[in-house]
Design a protein around this ligand. Structure first.
Ligand SMILES: O=P(O)(O)OC[C@@]1(O)O[C@H](CO)[C@@H](O)[C@@H]1O
Length: 406
């Protein structure tokens, strides 16, 4: 990867980024990761979605209009009749009529997905209503060899000591985030377990386990990211937390509608649970336990419109704030959740995670592979080594982090 990554170093940058607020990530810098997403990933996605369904003329025309708009035009508002017209206008109407590239990266990406769903009739009243345009990719992944192999590997893990198993499952959930389908649109298939390239740039896992002592009757909130290859290990980890008494109840938060290609919705949870229950051996046993946990209420799936909002978690609504306040720990999965958690800004990488998390209503953990420019909470020595490596460590998905604020 040769894209430009922002470089900020020295005490001045720390002071500016930490106290005044760092610059918001925009997509208008030539050669930047964000620009590449808008200029290459989004048109490629329109092509992929168009090819994946036998859409009618209406959808093809709407996709043509969207492609032209994101390539040559300015951001258009939703139609007044759209159910969320007002909501999106409130979420920064000032970007309408201006270049997609000048809007904050987070806003532009989120709005692109909303518009893509609109173009294929997801929110309409016609026959394509509620048809997930990303479902074929998610389903292919779930049926693929990689998932098959990962499920089989659970047999060997079943007899491992509990703490070894816990670490392995936490890491599987973490690295599962590398498998997101949107990432593959532009980066190609990520290298599988390339130990040399894969590395944890921050690891607060000891703190995470301290927050979840066995036998505590805790509720844990898990804010999911991608379906398929990420959600399966998330569910396996959830089973471990419930089975070993780290939690009495887990609330799994998913997206209310398709988002960022592979983000999980309730339908994806069902598909993953079915995939698990139909598997032989340990995977099948885990699936069976989780299926029962859903019925018993010890595993609950929830969703909220805020999960598809182009806003930082700092602006979360009161009901979600209360939900997270009541949890012994909230675990947020993935890159997009991380961007929203710490703020989609070019923070100096050594700004402490705890400082950025001061607003969060309870204990919080981020499990994320690095797939965008945003990062906080690094030790200076770690940052120096990463910068010296010359690799695109911020965006290539080869590095990951476990950051926790008790
Ligand atoms: O949240 P996820 O699934 O880990 O990652 C989402 C992602 O692929 O989308 C963005 C670019 O489109 C990046 O922030 C990130 O790489």
């Amino acid at each position: 990867m040769t894209e430009k990554t922002p470089r900020a170093s020295g005490e001045e940058a720390v002071r500016d980024a930490g106290t005044v607020g760092a610059p918001v990530v925009l997509s208008n810098e030539p050669g930047s990761f964000a620009r590449g997403v808008l200029a290459q990933r989004h048109p490629a996605l329109i092509r992929q979605v168009r090819d994946a369904f036998p859409y009618g003329r209406r959808q093809h025309e709407a996709l043509d209009v969207l492609l032209d708009e994101i390539t040559n035009g300015v951001v258009q508002p939703l139609a007044p009749a759209d159910h969320d017209h007002e909501r999106w206008a409130a979420w920064r109407r000032e970007h309408f009529g201006h270049s997609w590239y000048d809007a904050p990266f987070l806003w532009a990406e989120s709005y692109f997905y909303r518009r893509l769903l609109g173009a294929v009739g997801y929110f309409g009243t016609g026959p394509w209503q509620g048809v997930d345009p990303f479902a074929p990719f998610k389903q292919a992944e779930l049926r693929g060899d990689a998932v098959e192999g990962e499920l089989r590997a659970l047999d060997a893990l079943a007899s491992a000591p509990a703490d070894e198993r816990a670490t392995a499952l936490l890491h599987a959930s973490l690295w599962g985030n590398r498998a997101d389908l949107g990432f593959r649109v532009s980066a190609g298939e990520p290298a599988v377990d390339d130990a040399a390239a894969s590395a944890l740039v921050a690891d607060d896992s000891a703190t995470l386990w301290q927050l979840l002592p066995a036998g505590a009757s805790a509720t844990i909130a898990v804010v999911a990211d991608n379906a398929g290859r990420e959600l399966i290990p998330d569910l396996v980890l959830i089973d471990h937390l419930l089975e070993h008494g780290h939690a009495k109840r887990v609330v799994l938060h998913v997206k209310p509608y398709p988002y960022y290609v592979s983000d999980a919705m309730t339908a994806d949870v069902v598909d993953c649970l079915r995939r698990l229950t139909e598997a032989p051996g340990e995977a099948g046993r885990i699936g069976g336990r989780l299926w029962k946990a859903m019925a018993a209420g010890s595993l609950e799936v929830r969703t909220h419109p805020f999960f598809c909002a182009p806003l930082p978690y700092e602006q979360m609504p009161e009901d979600l704030r209360k939900e997270f306040a009541d949890a012994a720990l909230t675990i947020l999965k993935g890159d997009l959740n991380y961007r929203r958690l710490v703020g989609d800004r070019l923070w100096h990488p050594t700004v402490p995670f705890a400082e950025r998390m001061a607003y969060f209503p309870g204990a919080v953990a981020a499990l994320r592979t690095l797939k965008s420019d945003v990062i906080v909470g690094l030790e200076q020595g770690t940052l120096d080594a990463l910068e010296r490596s010359g690799a695109a460590w911020r965006t290539s998905g080869t590095h990951a982090l476990i950051q926790v604020r008790p």
